[in-house]
Design a protein around this ligand. Structure first.
Ligand SMILES: Cc1cc2nc3c(=O)[nH]c(=O)nc-3n(C[C@H](O)[C@H](O)[C@H](O)COP(=O)(O)O)c2cc1C
Length: 200
């Protein structure tokens, strides 16, 4: 039995394209592995705070010295990390928002990038601590970034790949529904993206 963690980052619910693509990825995984258990981390429902000094101080204070406030912050952060640790497969919905990921996903990374939990440093440099996991990225965008003149703006997918790579998750497949704002492309982009999903 495999555990899937589905990280949803669009603030939109009904009309969200990335939720649709992410859901299609989950469904294809379920076709291949019928007994998977899916856990959703919907960042639009349970907002993660913007990183403040109190959070950073918590992350760099030994657990045994935590104040009550720091203990609560640490428990919240390590709870998010436990979901990543328990997952065999991670599906991230990652829509392009102003040439980046939605702020909620950035906040998620701020609360899960923790030395000793998701990575560590040794004499060889950084080492990811989340190993033997598969990552699927469900990327959606108004414009096209995988090829053509705007490829230099392809900042979302490389960023998500880099963060997870830093965590040790290096087996990655990317599915893109692009051009969702471009007449002539938008009509079929999602259908084609869903058809192109291959689960390995
Ligand atoms: C606030 C906002 C910012 C956006 N910024 C970009 C952008 O920088 N580049 C782009 O190609 N599309 C942009 N788009 C279009 C989205 O990437 C596209 O609609 C995507 O499907 C959004 O995902 P969602 O439907 O799951 O929310 C933006 C859309 C919104 C609502």
């Amino acid at each position: 039995m495999k555990n899937i963690l589905h990280i949803i980052s669009s603030p939109r619910v009904e009309v969200s394209a990335s939720r649709k693509l992410g859901k299609a990825v989950i469904e294809k995984i379920q076709e291949k592995y019928p007994d998977v258990v899916v856990k959703e981390r919907d960042l639009s429902k349970d907002s993660i705070p913007i990183l403040e000094e109190v959070h950073i101080n918590t992350f760099f204070t030994p657990v045994e010295s935590h104040s009550q406030e720091q203990a609560a912050i640490n428990e919240y952060s390590t709870g998010l990390i436990s979901e990543l640790q328990e997952a065999d497969i991670i599906v991230v919905d990652s829509p392009m928002y102003n040439f980046s990921v939605p702020a909620s996903l950035r906040a998620y990374f701020d609360f899960t990038s923790r030395a000793g939990y998701t990575f560590k440093y040794d004499e060889n440099g950084p080492k990811g601590l989340l190993n033997n996991k598969k990552l699927y990225i469900a990327f959606t965008s108004g414009n096209i970034y995988s090829e053509g003149p705007y490829q230099v703006y392809d900042s979302n997918v490389p960023y998500v790949k880099n963060i997870f790579g830093f965590y040790g998750v290096t087996d990655v497949s990317v599915f893109r529904a692009e051009g969702l704002s471009i007449p002539g492309i938008q009509e079929t982009a999602m259908e084609k993206a869903i058809e192109a999903i291959v689960i390995d």
